[in-house]
Design a protein around this ligand. Structure first.
Ligand code: BMA
Length: 311
């Protein structure tokens, strides 16, 4: 393929695939996680309701494009009464790991921290524990153990809109106790000059882990959220092999530039079909609705290499 001036990710013509008012209670539906589940698709969706509570709803789809969302938030089961009260949750990711679907999200517990839950069927959901304490967001589990340990990307933050942000990695023997922290990457210039955070679950390839991430710049009018991509070392994923200087997605369409928070494209899920090499990237737009963009994974890898920082 020729890497010209056009965007690498092609927006779906039906965007936004999930409009803000898809269920009766919703103010907005965005920054949501979806996965393949048998021959269908399932997801955990960020729904801000019309009280502006930030909640998580389950949803299903036959084709990954047309979605039916539960009208009520997920009722999390939790064995530990200390943490069982669900105050708020947002920006979920789903990682298929050892045959189960693990969910990480920004969880309200005396500030934003990292909630960890699991489901097998997308009908019942268990809140397992709080993986990392406040203040933290954008935690993403790798889909397999690396070097015998579970591995998670995350982004320490503050209690507000956080004018900084680097991606770190934590490792765990049991998914509950996290440590062995390493720095992965921080802001640089241009579209990623203020902060960066992991997006979808990294995709394993022979070249390394392909990580799509968000990057933020501060304009005269506030934050602008774009997306880039990196390749992380397969065995030591805190080592960045390549990272794009050029974005792969940035606010451009009206539904990305106009909404509750203007100028936001925020990828949180990517489904790769090994048979066709098709990569479907799901992203929230303007903190209002949910969108889809696609490319071939091989083309994204080529784009990353051709548009990487030289060092
Ligand atoms: C972040 C999170 C995201 C949101 C983004 C842009 O701090 O709240 O959910 O998409 O800001 O508003």
């Amino acid at each position: 393929m020729t890497i010209g001036s056009g965007p690498i990710l092609k927006r779906h013509p039906g965007n936004p695939i999930i409009p803000r008012d898809s269920i009766p209670c919703s103010n907005s539906i965005f920054n949501s996680a979806v996965v393949r589940h048998g021959s269908e698709y399932r997801g955990v969706f960020r729904v801000d309701n019309q009280c502006r509570d930030m909640l998580l709803h389950a949803g299903r789809s036959r084709d990954g494009i047309h979605w039916e969302l539960g009208h009520d938030p997920i009722a999390w089961r939790c064995k530990d009464s200390d943490i069982a009260k669900f105050v708020y949750g947002y920006d979920p990711r789903i990682t298929c790991l050892e045959g189960r679907h693990y969910i990480t999200w920004c969880h309200g517990y005396h500030g934003p921290c990292i909630g960890l839950g699991v489901t097998d069927d997308f009908e019942t959901f268990e809140l397992l524990d709080l993986a990392l304490p406040p203040y933290n967001r954008n935690a993403v589990l790798f889909p397999r153990k690396i070097g015998g340990e579970y591995v998670m990307l995350h982004r320490p933050s503050d209690n507000g809109h956080t004018p900084f942000g680097d991606i770190f990695i934590a490792r765990s023997p049991d998914l509950i106790h996290w440590g062995k922290h390493r720095w992965v990457m921080g802001p640089r210039d241009g579209w990623q000059s203020t902060k960066v955070g992991a997006g979808p679950v990294p995709i394993e390839t022979p070249e390394g882990w392909v990580l799509i991430y968000h990057g933020v710049l501060t304009s005269c009018n506030g934050f602008v959220y774009s997306a880039g991509a990196a390749i992380l070392d397969l065995e030591q994923p805190w080592k960045v092999l390549h990272r794009t200087r050029r974005y792969i997605l940035a606010p451009r369409e009206t539904y990305e530039c106009v909404g509750d928070v203007p100028n936001v494209t925020f990828p949180v899920a990517a489904i790769h079909d090994p048979a066709t090499d098709d990569l479907a990237v799901y992203y929230g737009a303007a903190d209002t609705c949910t969108c889809l963009a696609t490319c071939k994974l091989a083309d994204l890898i080529m784009f990353i290499k051709e548009n990487r920082y030289p060092d």
